[in-house]
Structure formats: structure tokens, C-alpha cells
Design a protein around this ligand. Structure first.
Ligand code: SF4
Length: 382
């Protein structure tokens, strides 16, 4: 092996699924099994310093140390809710930071990851939408959120394994960053990395119809659809993407997604409950008609308010009535218990107090003064 003679561009191995790593090692004339060795060290053991990957030859370790990166996010802040939910602000490069949320429950521990910095889709009830869009995350920046949470919590909670589920419900529309999201999921599901089962990874989309078809071909994962309305008139108002891909097209794509007989999933429909907007009994009845033919369940999400949102949370009574109508029609319906509300980590709240730009600016200035930001971080929402 003459590694020193090989010329490659410096690459970040953190975001490479096994196949890409094998290709990488073949270019430097190394055996393909180096890929699984590096994946195990990185993702299972949490070791990112090549020098400590002791089953690699010394010459390979030295070469990787000089020629390959293993970039990790820098934690800018950590907030812990009274219910155990944790929200981290993670700097992913010298310009951007994203929020990642850990949600512990009795029987599972879910990590809600971001796929983009901000979002272009402009859903009118969503805090992330208000911060605009600064770009896609790379596969490395996506998987690094799981790496960070898993290995930090293992140490803190003294456990050998922590995260059992991942949902792409953080900042951004995951299907608008398709290739990077797919690569990150391949790593999540790889037994040499996190070994998450297909029902343990959920991609949530607001309805990018062509990409739902593409996802069906690429991966066997769970799909959640942010529906939020039972008819086009209301959905056009809440989810502007609906004007491009109306409900009928979206539901057809959901049917196609489940067509493969090996796919045993159902679709989860997310439905944010907004007072007087989409929470009336006639909306529930319309919703039954729209989704009844699909194997599906519905998550009703009491709206998590943020400054100047323009919406109010539906009353408990309205949510209960809505749920009863769906359940009477045989549709499994769960009212999602708000988590992490006190730290603005609840669904739709990521980017938290962005409307209060002065407050947010102060927050970053404080971090900057504390030298937590070595470079000026231009967070998209600041
Ligand atoms: S709800 Fe999702 S898709 Fe819509 S603006 Fe917010 S992050 Fe983007």
C-alpha cells in the first residue's frame, strides 16, 4: 500500500454510508472491510480520532489523520425541559446552527433531527418558516446530530444505548434535501452504525409528491405527512405547497407509497389543531373521507404557540370532539401530548423565539461573549 502516493480531496467521512466508504477506501487501495471498521468506531463507539481506531494499520491511521475529516457539530446551548425533553442548538458550520430535540418516553427515546437550516415552504403556523432558508444540511451534518445526542447521552445517563427512534420533524422539509437525507438514513439503519429498524425512522413531509415516490424507491422507512387540513381551501392557507400538490395528489402518492406488498407500514398524518381554522366537526368528517381508504393513523397536535403566530390552540373540548369523530370512523387517533413546551422544543416551535429578534440576538451575543462562538455565527434566524 502506498497511501502517500494517492491524491484525494479531503472528505468528511462522518456522512458516508457503507457503500460510499467502501468506494473511498478502494480509491486509496484499501480493502472494503475498512469501511465497516471505520463505521463501527465512529458510530457505535463514538470514536472520531483515527489514531484511536486501533484495528486499522498505523500507516492508514496516519494517512486518514492527515487526509480525512470527521467533522462534528459544536454545541452552542442545551436546554432541559421539566419533562426531560432536551433541545440543543448545534453549530453545523461557521455560518449556521440547527436545533435538535431529544424526547424520552417510557418505552422509547426519540431524536427529532433537522434536515435544513430554516425552510422555504412557509407553512403559516410554523416557527421555522419565519426564519427563512439558509441551505441544506449535508449527510454528515444530519447524521452528526444523532452521533452527538447518542454519545453525549450515553455518558450522561450511563447507558449503553439511548436513541431508539429518529424522526425528521425538526427544521426543514427533509424531502427537499433528498440525497443527503437518504445517505444519513442509510447510516442510521446500518447494523454497523445505529442499526435502527425501518419502523424506527420516520420521514415527515409537507407533501412533496414526486419525492414521496422517489423515497418509496430508495428506502423502506415510515412516512408521516403533515396534512393539517381536510380540504384544499384550508390547506392552501396553512401549507402553501398544497397549491402545487393538492390533497388528491398527495393522497394518491400515499397510496403508492404503501403499494409494495413488503411494506407493512401505515401512514401517519400530522394534524395541528388550530382554533376555528381546521378543528370543527365538519373538518373531522371531511378528513375521514379523505384518508379512510388508507392504512393510517392520525396524530392531533395541539398548536404550540409562538409570538405573532396569528393562531390559537384549539380548546381541549374541540380536540376531543374531533378525535371522537375520527375514532368512530375506525381511524386510530392520538392526541399528542405537548413535550418540551417550556424550552420551545415542542412540535412547530423549533427556532423558538425567532419573532423576538432582539431577544434572539442577545442570546447569540451572550454565547459569543462566553467564547462559545469562536467565529461569528450567522444563524439564519438571527
Ligand atoms: S412545517 Fe415543516 S415544511 Fe412547513 S415551513 Fe415548517 S419546517 Fe418547513
Amino acid at each position: 500500500m502506498k497511501l502517500t502516493q494517492q491524491k484525494t480531496t479531503v472528505q468528511n467521512l462522518m456522512g458516508m454510508p457503507c457503500q460510499d466508504l467502501e468506494q473511498y477506501f478502494s480509491v486509496i487501495r484499501e480493502k472494503p472491510f475498512r469501511a465497516t471498521q471505520v463505521m463501527k468506531w465512529t458510530h457505535q463507539q463514538g470514536i472520531t480520532d483515527y489514531e484511536h481506531m486501533t484495528n486499522l494499520s498505523k500507516s492508514l491511521r496516519d494517512w486518514l489523520s492527515e487526509n480525512a475529516q470527521m467533522q462534528l457539530p459544536e454545541m452552542l446551548s442545551e436546554e432541559v425541559s421539566t419533562d426531560g425533553t432536551r433541545k440543543w442548538l448545534l453549530r453545523v458550520d461557521n455560518k449556521n446552527a440547527v436545533e435538535t430535540v431529544y424526547i424520552p418516553e417510557d418505552d422509547r427515546a426519540t431524536l427529532c433531527v433537522s434536515s435544513q437550516v430554516g425552510c422555504v415552504l412557509d407553512c403559516t403556523f410554523c416557527a421555522t418558516a419565519r426564519q427563512g432558508f439558509a441551505g441544506n444540511l449535508s449527510s454528515a451534518q444530519i447524521i452528526a446530530q444523532l452521533w452527538f445526542a447518542e454519545h453525549r447521552l450515553r455518558k450522561q445517563l450511563n447507558k449503553t444505548r439511548v436513541i431508539s427512534n429518529v424522526v425528521f420533524m425538526g427544521m426543514g422539509e427533509p424531502l427537499a434535501n433528498f440525497d443527503n437525507v437518504v445517505k444519513a438514513i442509510q447510516i442510521m439503519m446500518d447494523d454497523n452504525a445505529y442499526g435502527l429498524g425501518k419502523r424506527k425512522v420516520t420521514v415527515s413531509t409537507s407533501g412533496l409528491v414526486p419525492k414521496i415516490d422517489k423515497l418509496r424507491e430508495a428506502l423502506d422507512v415510515s412516512l408521516a405527512v403533515s396534512l393539517h387540513a381536510p380540504n384544499d381551501e384550508v390547506r392552501n392557507q396553512l401549507v402553501p405547497l398544497n397549491r402545487r400538490y393538492p390533497i388528491s395528489e398527495l393522497i394518491s402518492a400515499c397510496h403508492r407509497f404503501l403499494e409494495d406488498k413488503h411494506r407493512k407500514h401505515s401512514i401517519t398524518f400530522e394534524y395541528v389543531m388550530l382554533d376555528q381554522v381546521n378543528d370543527q366537526p365538519e373538518h373531522a368528517k371531511q378528513l375521514v373521507k379523505v384518508i379512510q381508504a388508507l392504512p393510517s393513523k392520525v396524530n392531533l397536535i395541539p398548536f404550540n404557540s409562538f409570538p405573532n403566530s396569528g393562531y390559537q390552540r384549539s380548546s381541549d373540548k374541540a380536540i376531543e370532539k374531533f378525535r371522537d369523530i375520527l375514532q368512530a370512523a375506525g381511524i386510530t387517533t392520538i392526541t399528542r401530548r405537548p413535550r418540551g413546551e417550556d424550552i420551545a422544543a415542542a412540535c412547530g416551535q423549533l427556532a423558538g423565539d425567532i419573532q423576538d429578534q432582539a431577544k434572539r440576538k442577545r442570546h447569540y451575543e451572550k454565547l459569543y461573549e462566553a467564547d462559545l462562538l469562536k467565529h461569528k455565527v450567522e444563524v439564519a434566524c438571527a
